[in-house]
Design a protein around this ligand. Structure first.
Ligand code: ADP
Ligand code: MG
Length: 255
């Protein structure tokens, strides 16, 4: 009553593929994602933790006010105590390595895509991207950014008092993976990141892909929708935290 090739072969191939992927540690939610992947011609990728190993190291601590660098680092680490962001771990690790005493915050709020805001011993401590600033970043910060580093601005009671810089390592498998993705017919590969323009340009240049910087989670979502509005099928690869809206909107979301 039916064509066996269609009615049997297709679902069996899908099941076998999903089973084979599971053995390699890849969980695929259903056959339609395999089909959608085959039709996709746009790949959007997050930076931190996706193209990079996600274990950034703190490279610089810059004091701009009266506080010593150790005081600044201890306050920043305190504010980052409860953040799950890879940059937060870099700040905590740097404070640990310098043997600093890190007080516990009395209040903590994460600001997805740009930083944290906490109360530490009566001081309001905010740590995050240039979005926290009302003024232009200081010249010293520009110098660190030109080295492709991620900048974390430290504000105490709303005043810019320090800049931390972090560097991350590109995952060694990324250049090969991107070449394979191009061979699969994906023509547009674009980095979508919340990081600063310089850091994004440095990495995108190294990998030969397009980029957009200073994006909030909702901007990544809008970028996915804009491609879809042009009739393109989109694969988005990101971490599950900040990128969740874009991952859900994409035709295939890879976490
Ligand atoms: P990406 O898109 O590269 O994954 P995110 O959206 O997670 O980056 O973060 C964007 C930027 O916001 C970071 O480069 C950093 O400057 C700032 N940021 C985000 N979370 C934190 C945090 N917990 N502490 C300090 N800065 C943060
Ligand atoms: Mg990320």
């Amino acid at each position: 009553a039916c064509s066996c090739a269609f009615a049997l072969a297709t679902p069996v191939a899908m099941l076998a593929s999903i089973g084979a992927a599971a053995k390699k540690g890849l969980l695929i939610k259903g056959g339609r994602y395999i089909e959608a992947r085959a039709l996709a011609d746009v790949l959007l990728v997050d930076k931190t933790g996706t193209l990079t190993l996600g274990t950034p190291r703190l490279t610089d601590v810059l004091g701009l006010g009266q506080r010593s660098r150790d005081e600044l680092l201890a306050l920043a680490a305190a504010a980052e105590s409860d953040s799950e962001h890879p940059l937060a771990e870099a700040v905590r690790r740097a404070a640990r390595e310098r043997g600093l005493t890190v007080p516990a915050p009395t209040r903590f709020a994460a600001m997805p895509g740009h930083g944290v805001d906490a109360a530490v011993g009566g001081v309001r401590v905010s740590v995050g991207s240039a979005r926290l600033l009302r003024e232009a970043p200081p010249a010293e910060a520009e110098k660190l950014a030109s080295q492709g580093k991620t900048l974390l601005f430290v504000l105490l009671d709303g005043v810019l008092e320090g800049v931390l810089a972090a560097a991350d390592t590109v995952r060694p498998e990324v250049p090969t993976a991107l070449a394979q993705v191009r061979e699969l017919g994906v023509r547009q590969i674009e980095l979508l990141t919340g990081d600063n323009e310089r850091a994004a340009a440095a990495l995108a240049g190294e990998l030969g892909i397009a980029y957009r910087a200073n994006l909030l989670p909702e901007d990544k979502l809008a970028a996915v929708k804009a491609y879809q509005a042009q009739g393109r099928k989109v694969v988005m690869v990101g971490d599950g935290v900040n990128d969740a809206p874009a991952l859900v909107q994409a035709d295939v979301g890879v976490a």
